[in-house]
Design a protein around this ligand. Structure first.
Ligand code: ACM
Length: 518
């Protein structure tokens, strides 16, 4: 263990910080001096601190705690901020509101951990150590994906999930809304998507290939109002909700609702009860493209995110090869084979999103197969990041061996059931640099950042989500915000940080790593 406990122990670590003598104490008489445009940051500070502290933090021109937008700090970008805590005053400044929201989370972490509690903590003194902090992220894209298609989670839990992302300065909540095993996104033009696609009869037990089922039906879908509310809730915390609607594969739940969208309209399909890659995919006739555009229109109405994820991966093309209509479509489009319909299909969808001012995102299979206007998430192989950036894509690294939280966190046989085949331990997550070592400058500049993935075949409850997510997401957040930090430094900050997770009631995986100095 490092000999000294870190004084600030912030996660992620700020770019520059210096501890000064003294402290500032927040009390019932502390007031906020709120600059023009900084009101949402004041609201967030009050909202976050009210449950534990009960502090009113009223506005006053003489306020000791100043929140101000300062165009002079434009060099710190969208999310950077400066924070000065002196014995009689606190000054939080940023060029943009998002920077102030990030700084509010730093103030929250500087307070005693009881400040994060959801119940009143009357015996705590709300002291902030005097500090000078200048902070900005290394990567603009620091994300977390949650699969609510395989196991549904109510919006009440998604709000808590967002709160925990915001605490760690994670800015993108990637919400995986549809898959073979469930469709959770309401679409008024196609109500059966959720009425039928939102239910499955039972779930496979064990890994892909097993023939055991639990016999327990599983259901759930969101209303438009719930999702719109989630978007606003997240925005107030500086988090963008990026929706994902899978196509042209991973659509079995949609095909169960509307068989005419597939390659065989006579066929009745169930919402898939198995895990793995399903070979039933969308057809390529005009009605299907119209369906996708209508769905995406409604998605864009609910989600203002500049990025819209349309999946794109694991799309077996055997159905297209067998289908006369698909083969004719391939010929009519001058394609070399029915398999090339995959790129053609995503190309049409990508153009549609771009026409509506959005950026399409897809999962890469090789890094070299998606239309160039797609932002690419590389997941299969670390080398795909370099391939995709060299091809000209913007890339988010989602390399499965470093960012998939559905793998176990250790070899311990007591770990809960996980995706077989790999262990993704805390140290591996912390060591993952989204920028490939051998990337030349132009390629490196196309790496937007990284994100964690939680696929939920084996994850049914919020408790399990949090056990798998924390502390590994702390490591990803640290690396993606701060750049390389050494392991002992991160480890010693994380040890202090767990008191904050405890105060929030997060049931994280125990910190049972080996001695970090060995
Ligand atoms: C993926 O793991 N299906 C992107």
């Amino acid at each position: 263990m490092p000999a000294q406990r870190p004084v600030l122990a912030l996660v992620p670590r700020p770019t520059k910080s210096a501890v000064r003598p003294g402290q500032f104490t927040l009390g019932a008489d502390t007031t906020l001096h709120i600059g023009t445009g900084a009101e949402p940051a004041a609201d967030l500070l009050r909202t976050l601190l009210a449950p534990a502290t009960g502090l009113p933090l009223r506005a006053s021109p003489e306020g000791q705690l100043t929140l101000t937008l300062d165009p002079g700090l434009a060099g710190l970008g969208e999310e950077g901020y400066g924070l000065t805590v002196a014995p009689h005053a606190v000054l939080l400044r940023a060029a943009h509101l998002t920077g102030l929201l990030r700084g509010i989370q730093t103030i929250r972490q500087l307070l005693p951990p009881q400040a994060l509690s959801e119940s009143p903590q009357p015996d705590t003194r709300w002291v902030l150590p005097c500090v000078e902090i200048t902070d900005l992220p290394r990567h603009p894209w620091r994300g977390a994906m949650l699969d609510v298609a395989r196991h549904f989670q109510p919006v009440s839990y998604l709000r808590r999930y967002v709160d925990l992302l915001a605490l760690h300065k994670i800015g993108v909540f990637h919400l995986h809304l549809t898959d073979d095993q469930g469709w959770r996104m309401p679409v008024s033009a196609y109500p059966k998507l959720t009425e039928i696609g939102g239910h499955r009869a039972e779930s496979q037990q064990g890994p892909a290939g097993s023939d055991l089922y639990d016999g327990v039906p599983h259901s759930g879908s969101y209303t438009r109002a719930e999702l719109a509310d989630l978007v606003s809730y997240a925005a107030a915390r500086g988090v963008t909700v990026m929706p994902e609607i899978e196509m042209p594969g991973h659509v079995r739940a949609a095909l169960a609702a509307y068989p005419q969208l597939g390659n065989n309209p006579e066929r009745t399909l169930d919402v898939w009860t198995r895990w793995g890659v399903c070979d039933t995919v969308l057809g390529v006739h005009d009605e299907v493209l119209d369906f996708c555009r209508t769905v995406l229109d409604e998605v864009m109405d609910v989600f203002p995110s500049p990025y819209i994820h349309v999946g794109g991966e694991e799309c077996p093309t055997a159905e297209w090869t067998r289908s006369v209509a698909a083969r004719e479509r391939a010929v009519a489009q001058g394609l070399s084979s029915p398999a090339a319909l995959h790129g053609w299909f995503l190309g049409r969808i990508g153009e549609f999103l771009v026409r509506h001012g959005r950026r399409p995102v897809g999962w890469a299979e090789t890094g070299a197969e998606l239309p160039l206007n797609f932002t690419v998430m590389t997941w299969r192989d670390a080398a795909h990041t370099l391939a995709a950036t060299r091809r000209g894509h913007s890339v988010v690294s989602a390399y499965h061996r470093a960012t998939y939280l559905d793998y176990a966190q250790s070899e311990d046989p007591g770990e809960p059931q996980a995706q077989p085949g790999d262990v993704v331990d805390l140290r591996t997550v912390h060591a993952h640099d989204p920028v490939p070592e051998d990337a030349e400058r132009s390629a490196a500049e196309r790496v937007l950042g990284t994100q964690a993935q939680l696929w939920t075949e084996f994850v049914r409850t919020p408790e399990r989500i949090e056990y798998l997510t924390y502390p590994r997401l702390c490591a990803l957040a640290d690396r993606a915000w701060s750049g390389p930090t050494d392991w002992p430094d991160f480890h010693s900050r994380l040890e202090v940080h767990t008191a904050r997770l405890d105060a929030l009631g997060v049931r994280y995986h125990p910190l049972t790593w080996p001695d970090p100095l060995t």
